[in-house]
Structure formats: C-alpha cells, structure tokens
Design a binder for this molecule. Sequence first.
Ligand code: 7TS
Length: 423
Amino acid sequence: MTASTPMKLASHAAPAPPSFGVEAVRADFPILDQKIHGHPLAFLDNAASSQRPRAVIDEIARFDSNDYANIHRGVHELSQRATKAYEDARDKVQRFINARSRKEIILVRGTTEAINLVASSFGRPALHLGDEVVLTTMEHHSNIVPWQMVCRERGAVLRVVEINDRGELDLDHLEKLLGPRTKLLTLVHVSNALGTINPAKEIVAMAHARGIPVLLDGAQAVPHMRIDVQDLDCDFYAFSSHKMFGPTGVGVLYGKEKLLDTMPPYQGGGDMISVVTFEKTFYNALPAKFEAGTPNITGVVGLGAAIDYLEQLDWDGAMAHEYELLRYGTERLAEIPEVTMVGTAAAKASVMSFLIEGIHPHDVGTILDRHGVAVRAGHHCAQPVMQRFAIPATTRASLAFYNNRDDVDALVRAVRDTIEVFK
Ligand code: 7TS
C-alpha cells in the first residue's frame, strides 16, 4: 500500500497472507506478554502511543551506555559518535518517507511541535488581515489551536471543511473553500477519532491547482501505511515517533526545501546560528536553522532504531494483517445491537470508535480495563468531531500490526460483559 492507495474497508478484502507471523512479531514487544487484572493484556490504545520493540529498548540502552554525549559541538570521541548516530537517524527518516533531501527533515518534539513550527514560521509571515487557513472538522486539537492562535494575531480566519455521517470529508465543500484568500490547507491524513483515511494525494493536487500549499498531519498515518512525501507532493508532513513504535519526545517535520529556506527560525538559541554578534546573527543552514538547543538525542536515536525495525518487517504482510483485524473487529462489534460505530468511512485505518447504548464511554473504558483490555475513552482531543456527531465521547480501540484475534475477541467479550453489567 502506498500513500496514494489507502486500504479500503470492504468485506471482500484479502485475508492476511500466512507469511505474516503475528506471534513471532508479538514476541518482539516484551510489554505485551503480561496479565492485567488477571487477564492477558489486550493492548488496543495504539493511536495514543504504540509500544516499542525490544530492538528499540535495547538500542536506547546501548547508546546511553556507550555513546551518549552532546552533539554537534564536541571534538571528543563520544560527541562524534553521538552526532553520527543522531544524523544517521535523520537519514533513516529521509529514506523512510522518501524525502528528496536530508535538509527537509526537521527533528522536533512531536507532531504538536511540528505544526506549531509551521504556524509560527510559515503562517505568521504569510497571513494578513482577511486571509484564510482551511482545515477540517476532523482535526486533532494540535492542528486547530496553533492556527486559531496565529489567525487571531494576524486578523486571519479559519474555514472548516465539513464531514458526512460516515466521517468522510466533503470534498466538494473543501474545493469551494479553497479561494484566493487561502494561504494554507492543513488536514489530518488519518483521523485519530474516526480512523478515516483522507485521499491526501488528490486533495494536495486540488490545492496546488490553486497555488495553495498543504500541511498533512500524519501522526496516525505513518504507523499504518507507507508514506512517500514526494508522491503525495505535500508541502509539509508532521508525525510523532511515539505512535510509530519509537520513544516519546521526538517527532518530525518534513518540509519542502524551497519553503523551509524562506521561513524564519522557529526558536532562537544554540545550534541554529552560524555567527552571533550583538549587532546581528546569521542563521545556520537547513536543517539546523530549525533545531535550536540540545535536542532529545537519545530519543532521535530510538526513532532511528524504530525505523530499522519497521524496515526489516514484512510491511505489506503486517498491513494486510492489521487491515484484516480491523475488518474482523468491526464486523464482530456490529453484531452487538447496543453498539454503534462512530466513523464508518470506506477507507479506514486502525480505529474502532464506538458507543454502547446507555453506558458512558468512560464507564466502558473502566470495565474493559478490568478485563485486561486497554482502550481510550473520551473526545480524543478532537472535540469538533464529537460536536459534529452530537456525542460527548466515544470508546476507541485502535490496532497495531502486533495485535491478534485474541485481542479483538477479548474486546468483543468485554463489551458484551459490560452490557450485561449495566442491564
Ligand atoms: N495529530 C493527530 C492526528 C493525533 O492523533 C495526535 C495525538 C497528534 C496530532 C498530537 O501528537 P503528539 O505526539 O504531538 O501528542 N493523538 C492522540 C490520541 O489519539 N490519543 O492520544 C494522543
């Protein structure tokens, strides 16, 4: 599957090829092998943070035990080793998303910081009184609030693309909103609350036909499909390490070099300069211009290890397996009359968001936990989605490739038990 061919949630989908050995893959993730409240753990909260394979855990320990030092400034051996490991990780990210140049890979704290960087360094200079930023109803708060802040400051306005009852974007509405005042279109690639896969490549083309740049929030896409930023042709792409089997506190902003070159730095400090005097400072070249201060060195090395892990995996097999599990889980849940799915788009990844008639999602989450089933209950930092469906919250189970049928069966059993408890 590529960025341009998202998987479709249809019942005739091919079953997982026997070549993908989920049990062997599960053995790579030590945390999965435990009991919670006397039940085998069914970890279905991957959209919040996925778990890390032993290869990542071990590489972090090895790096910290052998090579750790501050980067880019020391002449001594450890600093050179650490700098190499850090910059090697940047190269791995570049290859992983097929960016044209390593200068286009800005290492940040996460998706949130990546989007704030674009809002600050691209949005603030570009936006003037009456200008518009177009985004969608299904954005995570981190792709709403930074735009609200910069729009308020610059006298610009947000325009919001509607979604239909299945949780799919209204592309006609999107097209109507793209006008001469639009300075940026920013949207989620895969929705964290609904699981919808947006047709990102087509949308980027639609915006580019009008000369409008596009930021994609890829936080929930990167763990579930191959991302090729050149194929997508997006101008910016943001994602987080901790949702793609790496450590927290690290993320990536991809930006086209020609745009990043024209943007002012996001923060001032060490590493982002070439010469500083009290009269004038000369900024460093890309990517250092956007990486002020000592970064999360070990975290970046861990992200590199996560990419190494993903690259040795049978990715197509893993994605077919995960997709098949999503289809299976969706069908099993749909058999329960009290359950309503929220988000039934034709193209979906990972997420099963649902309501149980008469039971608050927080109570559902608590009872599921007593069965060893880890899910998330709440608005998932996407309150406009909840407003659109006129609901306060959902219970959300979200899959990764290491989940198996036992996990989904445990979820379905626990949902049925929850309904019994409340009868
Ligand atoms: N964008 C999307 C689509 C997300 O799902 C999230 C986090 C973010 C941005 C922010 O990422 P961060 O790494 O900077 O925090 N989503 C979730 C979630 O669904 N449950 O917990 C965090």
